[in-house]
Design a protein around this ligand. Structure first.
Ligand code: COA
Length: 179
């Protein structure tokens, strides 16, 4: 199961609940060597943080789409994230990255990717300090405000993300509380 409920305390004393992780499953039906195969696979993991019952961060990991209906990349997940303004810089983002990487590793995701725009310094720094490396730049594949913009891919093993993001949230004074 991909469920968890836990609490952390930020350096300024605010207690944040990391909420239940929702998941979304798909059933793929493929033919391999003439044999019909059906697989149920969980493809989307969502981790949410709450402060006073208000959502303050949302992180998700999605497995990439299939090639000819076959999950060649079931060990890979693409992570997306959002942290509310009043909680940025608090270490919550690193804790969420850590928690997400730990959770999806248990589900067989060994490589984590992020996709961002080269000007998103907060996102790039968050993932770099969590162990991520730049993996490639796709030129002008995004269209934002009528302008074509490059898309930057970064990657890391989940193990590396867990190790590095943990160092960062510890450094920022985040404490895990007993749930
Ligand atoms: C991306 C996001 C989740 C990062 O969370 P955050 O709480 O802002 O992260 P932090 O403030 O801890 O920033 C991470 C690092 O980036 C640095 N950073 C932040 N803004 C920066 C900027 N404009 N230039 C350079 N570095 C910056 C921080 O100093 C921090 O470095 P540190 O760990 O050495 O202190 C958050 O900014 C957000 O939700 N942004 C809007 C949504 C978004 O862009 N999502 C990502 C889409 S790919």
């Amino acid at each position: 199961m991909f469920n968890l409920d836990m609490f952390i305390k930020l350096k300024d004393g605010r207690e944040v609940k990391i909420g239940k992780v929702q998941s979304e499953g798909v059933i793929s039906r493929v033919v391999i060597n003439g044999k019909k195969v059906s697989r149920h696979r969980i493809n989307n993991y969502i981790l949410t943080a709450f402060y006073n019952s208000k959502k303050v961060a949302s992180f998700n990991v999605t497995r990439p789409t299939t090639v000819h209906g076959i999950y060649y990349s079931k060990h890979v997940g693409e992570m997306g994230y959002f942290v509310a303004k009043g909680f940025r810089g608090s270490g919550l983002s690193y804790y969420m990255v850590y928690c997400m990487a730990k959770s999806v590793l248990k589900m067989g995701i060994k490589i984590i990717l992020i996709n961002t725009i080269p000007s998103n310094k907060a996102s790039i720094t968050l993932f770099s300090r969590s162990g991520g490396k730049k993996a490639g730049l796709m030129e002008k594949v995004l269209k934002i405000n009528k302008k074509y913009v490059d898309s930057l891919w970064m990657e890391s093993t989940a193990g590396n993300v867990i190790k590095n993001s943990r160092k960062m949230w510890e450094k920022k004074g985040v404490k895990e509380l007993k749930s």
